[in-house]
Design a protein around this ligand. Structure first.
Ligand code: NAP
Length: 248
């Protein structure tokens, strides 16, 4: 039986690229999504075309009850778990902090931070040797925004990713002796649909000149780092925050 990987936000962008790259490396993949079932099913079909098992599982990671139901469904359908990639995440339209509503900031943290906590908790209950599991790996998808702060764009997003970084380091040390490694990638400007969701569809192209490599990154370039962190090649790597940002 192949190891099973759950990718939250696996229906598009970096999560979808991770599902494909993981399948190519021998993982069976559960593709979580929030709204777009057809996109998730297309990714699952690609995983199956590589000879792996795939499942599509709808859940809003910001809703704790839905996260618990997601993992229960995974228990029933896949019968095990060895890896989790927390890729589900959102930005919002560009705004200054003095223009942000409480609802906006709460949603940002609910999805990007609390969702990652909830999924990691459920994964640990299945993977940690403390709970009778066989070990595993978690990769959180943070952002270089955590270090840049994203002024006049989305400081709330940047702060949520800084929380993901600290969560990664703390959790890595907490469970290091239980067979679970926890790392993060910090992508720079990656050409995905997330920029359009923040009202800036041309953002990746527009900011390319500000990147030392003079181009946006591709989702598959981030996925390559994620699947390495999931793999046994990274057996002694935990608590790492790996920038995949073209030098940004
Ligand atoms: P994307 O193309 O917009 O894809 C987002 C994915 O997350 C979709 O699969 C979406 O599913 C899912 N999702 C959104 N809200 C969710 C929720 N509440 N519960 C479950 N799933 C949810 O984004 P991306 O660019 O691949 O970003 C992936 C991760 O990389 C995010 O954490 C983002 O912050 C981070 N990142 C991206 C960049 C970049 O430049 N693209 C840079 C740094 C970090 P539906 O389509 O079904 O809604």
């Amino acid at each position: 039986m192949n190891p099973v990987l759950l990718v939250t936000g696996g229906s598009r962008g970096i999560g979808a690229a991770t599902a494909r790259a993981a399948a190519a490396r021998g993982w069976d993949v559960a593709v979580n999504y929030a709204r777009d079932a057809a996109a998730a099913q297309a990714v699952a079909a690609e995983v199956r075309s590589l000879g792996r098992r795939a499942w599509t599982l709808q859940a809003d990671v910001a809703d704790d009850a839905q996260v618990r139901a997601l993992f229960s469904a995974l228990d029933r359908e896949a019968g095990g778990l060895s890896g989790l990639v927390n890729s589900a995440g959102v930005v919002d339209v560009a705004a200054r902090v003095d223009e942000m509503s409480a609802e906006r900031v709460a949603r940002m943290f609910a999805i990007n931070v609390l969702g990652s906590f909830a999924c990691a908790r459920e994964a640990l209950r299945r993977m940690s040797r403390r709970h009778g599991g066989a070990g595993g790996a978690i990769v959180n998808v943070s952002s270089v925004a955590a270090t840049l702060g994203s002024p006049a764009q989305y400081v709330d997003y940047a702060a949520s990713k800084a929380a993901v970084d600290t969560f990664t380091v703390g959790l890595a040390r907490e469970v290091a002796a239980e067979g679970v490694r926890v790392n993060a990638v910090r992508p720079g400007i990656i050409d995905t649909e997330i920029h359009a969701s923040g009202g800036q569809p041309d953002r990746a192209r527009r900011l390319a000149a500000s990147v030392p490599m003079q181009r946006p990154g591709r989702a598959d370039e981030v996925a390559a780092a994620i699947v390495w962190l999931l793999s046994d090649e990274a057996a002694y790597t935990t608590g790492a925050l790996l920038d995949v940002s073209g030098g940004r």
